[in-house]
Structures are given as C-alpha cells and as structure tokens.
Design a protein around this ligand. Structure first.
Ligand code: HEC
Length: 461
C-alpha cells in the first residue's frame, strides 16, 4: 500500500466514482450522439426547406453546448479526481500504459470543444454549407473521443493475452495496440454508439417538448417524431449487441452473471441480476412512453413526459454501468490487478515480505496489532465494502466469531480454485501475523452483545 487510503463512509469510494461516472456518461454519450443529431437534422432541414426547424436546432445547440461543454467537461475531470483518490494504483497503471492514448484523446477534446462553440455562435453568420461542415467536424471529433476512451475502458475488463504476457516487465507499451483493440473493444463500441443515438433522441425530445404545439402543430409533430426515431436502432440492436458482448467476456466473469441469475432471491448477487433486469425493464418503459406520448400525440408531448424519459434513461445507464462494474470483479484490470490495487503477480511476494512492510501510512495506535489490522482492512477490503453502509462489513460478517472470521480469511488467503469467493473477491495478501491482525480488527466490528438479563444484573450490582 503505497498511498494513503481514502475512506468514504457509508457509500464507499466506488460509488463516488460511480455517481460521477453515471452523470458523465449521460452527457458524454449525448455529446457524441447529439453531434450527429444536429448535423443530420440541419441537413434534412436545409434539403427539405424546413426553415422553422433551424430555429429550434439553434436553441438545441445552445443547450447542447452548455450541457456538454460545462457539465460534461467538469464531470469528466471529476472522474480523474475520483479515480486518482479511490484507486491510485490502477490509475497509475492506466496512465503508464495509455499515456499516448490520452494525448490523442485530448487533441480530439480540444477540437470537439472548439467546434461545438463555433457551431453555436455561427448560426446565420456563415453560409449554410460551411456551418454544416463545422457540425460534421464536431461530430467526427467527438466520435473519435469515444473511439479512444472505449479502448481504455474495455481494456480494464479484458486486457487480452498479448498485453498480459508482458505486464509488469516494463515492455507493456510495445503491446499498446493489442491492449487497445482488446477482446471486448468492438462489442463495447457498438453498444456505446447505440446508446449515443438513443441519448441524442432522448435529449432532443426535451427541446422538442418545449415547442408550442398549439401555435406550431406541424413543426412540433415533425420534430418530435423525427427525434423519437433516434431511439429505434438501440432498442432493436441493443439486445443483439449485448449478447455479442457477453460472448467476448471471459467465462470467469460471465459466471458472475450466472451466479446472480441462479441465486435469484437468495441474497448473494441479486444486485447484478436486479441491475440487468432494471436495464431491460426501463428500456421497455422508455419505448412504451416514447411511443405512447411522443409518437402518438406529438403535439401534446410535454416537458414532464420528456423529463420522465430522461430519468428512465438515467436509471438504465446507471444499472448498465453497475453491471459492467460488477462483471469486472474481483479485478480493476482483468487478471492483472485486483480492485483493491493489489497486483496478482505480487501476492506471493507480499505473503512473505508483508503487505504493510512498505507502507508508511499505517496508523500508529496504542494497540499496534489493531492498527495494523485496520490498515489491512482499509487497504484490501474497503475498495468494495464499507464498515456500516454499502456492502457493510458489519452486516456481512454477521454472527461470525473470531474463529469463523479466521476461517473466512483463510479461504481468502489460500484462494483455492474451488473457493466460492474467488468469483468476486481478491486474494488476501500478507503474512500470517498480518492476517491475524486483520482478523482481530474485524472481530472488533461486531462486539459480542451482552444478553439483556446480564446487562440489568450488572446495572443492579
Ligand atoms: C473486489 C471487491 C471486494 C473486495 C476487495 C473484498 N470483497 Fe468481500 N465481498 C465482495 C462482494 C461483491 C461480496 C458479496 C456481497 C453480497 O452478497 O452482498 C462480498 C462478500 C463478503 C463477505 C460475506 C461473505 C459470506 O459468505 O457471508 C465477507 C465476510 C467479506 N466479503 C469480507 C471481505 C474482507 C474481509 C475483505 C478484505 C480482505 C473483502 N471482503 C474484500 C467484494 C469484495
């Protein structure tokens, strides 16, 4: 543990990243899809001479500029802060491997941000043709930001054999492209493109819902319907793309989903299954709401209904991201680094030398052993658990006494192939003494309850 630990009570640092990431995704994917929406709508308006469309599109592009240029960029930087604090080891590994990838990413960001502003401020000031060209430039640049970040995100789930073969040798950058175009790259890209298209439609419906349907019935009908169509490809192709994606995910990770489905209702892993079900259900409701309200009665389509669709899309995005995160367990970088920042290849060494040996962050207390146990807990468990809140350690330890805790830790430490915990928890690293200290510390979390009678007796005495 070379870094101090960031302890976020109740929700855990993972949900800080998750919260920012979900918010960011809703905007960033819109930034890509919305760019294509704007140019395609503008082109259609020019070709078919719908001058009134252009006025609405101008308004939409302002909303687009503010949402993506302010909230999208700020939340994007927020992700960097959060991952750097929550998982410095993984962030460092990603930067070391993909520094060139991020350099490319930022070039496209700059083009994207510049052209988005130019596009909005040049409505009616330059020729239609040139304005459309600016729009296309924006769309292409934003698409490339997705193409690049997708490689890095997909890498975290499936780094691929070529990269893993050299991981830790200092030669990783020689496998840059193999790591980039890793096994889940293409299905992941297709899924994201589909979501981009539907988010373009979802946010455009918000703009369209504000058109006065009484005074401009034709304008509203044509734009609401045209925007609603943007949701169609996603709902036809997403299930297919999702199956393709699962097919490319390694067997061990896919097993996590199956584990959830086979244990429905029995506690363990129902969250993943629930998340998958929620994605399916909310998507179905989005289609139903869009069809019933936007497509069938476009003139009456109102802001409340449009925001309902946004909210549903947010829930679907959140559940989808949660599923992706869970599929990756117990790794932050598949088969290379566990979620708590421990590299698989170093566990044997840590078992001999000690996990805390190289850490300067261990708190010194009166009780050295407990302080060590706490440091082990922070370093190796809190990446996925909290003491009292999300995946509460107190709740999960339940009735276990010191001995039962020792058994659990032995399972985690030995990490035998048949251990049920292998599917979602990292291997516990450390010397015998360190594991014992962790056990002592865990035992203090749920102190044995003094039976009520005894307590009164003590009080009376
Ligand atoms: C990669 C994330 C991750 C890390 C790191 C992790 N766990 Fe877990 N742990 C999980 C998940 C997921 C579950 C299942 C939670 C549930 O069923 O609600 C779980 C369940 C548990 C349970 C309940 C298991 C049972 O059979 O009752 C205990 C106890 C536990 N973890 C202890 C630990 C300890 C101790 C550490 C640190 C040495 C640790 N975990 C590190 C993800 C993790």
């Amino acid at each position: 543990m070379n870094y101090p630990f960031w302890d976020v009570p109740l929700i855990g640092s993972g949900w800080v990243i998750g919260g920012i990431a979900i918010f960011h995704m809703m905007i960033a994917l819109f930034a890509v899809g919305g760019g294509f929406y704007l140019v395609l709508a503008e082109r259609k308006a020019l070709r078919e001479d719908h001058r009134d469309w252009l006025q609405v599109l101008k308004g939409h592009s302002k909303f687009f500029l503010i949402l993506t240029g302010v909230f999208g960029t700020v939340s994007g930087v927020g992700i960097w802060f959060a991952i750097g604090l929550a998982n410095p080891e993984a962030t460092s590994a990603l930067i070391h491997n993909f520094v060139f990838g991020w350099a490319m990413e930022w070039v496209f960001f700059i083009i994207e941000l510049t052209t988005a502003a130019v596009y909005y401020y040049t409505w009616g000031r330059i020729s239609d043709e040139l304005h459309l060209k600016v729009g296309w430039l924006y769309a292409a640049a934003s698409f490339f930001t997705l193409v690049i970040i997708n490689g890095i995100l997909a890498f975290m789930l499936t780094p691929g054999d070529a990269w893993l073969a050299v991981a830790g040798t200092g030669q990783e950058s020689s496998r840059f492209w193999q790591a980039f175009f890793n096994p889940t790259y293409w299905p992941n890209l297709v899924i994201r493109c589909l979501i981009c298209a539907s988010l373009a439609g979802v946010w455009a419906l918000v703009t369209c819902s504000r058109i006065d349907g009484v005074r401009k019935p034709e304008l509203k009908t044509s734009l609401v319907r045209w925007s609603a169509q943007w949701l169609l490809p996603t709902f036809v192709l997403l299930p297919v793309a999702f199956v393709w994606y699962l097919w490319t995910v390694p067997e061990s990770q896919r097993a996590l989903l199956q584990l959830g489905i086979s244990t429905i209702g029995s506690g363990m892993f129902t969250q993943v299954t629930r998340a998958v079900l929620i994605v399916g259900l909310t998507s179905a409701v989005i289609v139903a709401v869009t069809y019933a309200f936007a497509w069938r009665s476009p003139r009456e389509f109102n802001v409340g209904q449009a925001l309902t669709v946004v909210l549903l899309a947010l829930i679907a995005t959140a559940s989808g991201e949660y599923t992706r995160e869970t599929l990756r367990k117990p790794y932050v970088i598949g088969r290379y680094m566990f979620s708590n920042g421990v590299r698989i290849a170093t566990v044997d060494k840590l078992n001999v030398e000690g996990y805390l040996t190289h850490s300067v962050w261990t708190r010194q207390g009166n009780d050295v052993k407990l302080a060590q146990g706490e440091a082990m807990f922070r370093g190796q468990c809190l990446a996925c658990h909290t003491t009292d809140g999300y995946r509460s350690m107190k709740r999960l330890l339940g009735e276990r006494n010191r001995e039962a805790i020792a058994n659990l830790l032995k399972l985690l430490h030995d990490y035998k192939p048949d251990s049920p915990y292998r599917a979602y928890m990292p291997r516990l690293a450390g010397t015998k003494d360190e594991v014992a200290a962790l056990g002592d510390y865990l035992a203090t979390l749920n102190p044995p309850v003094v039976p009520a009678k005894e307590a009164t007796k003590t009080a009376q005495r």
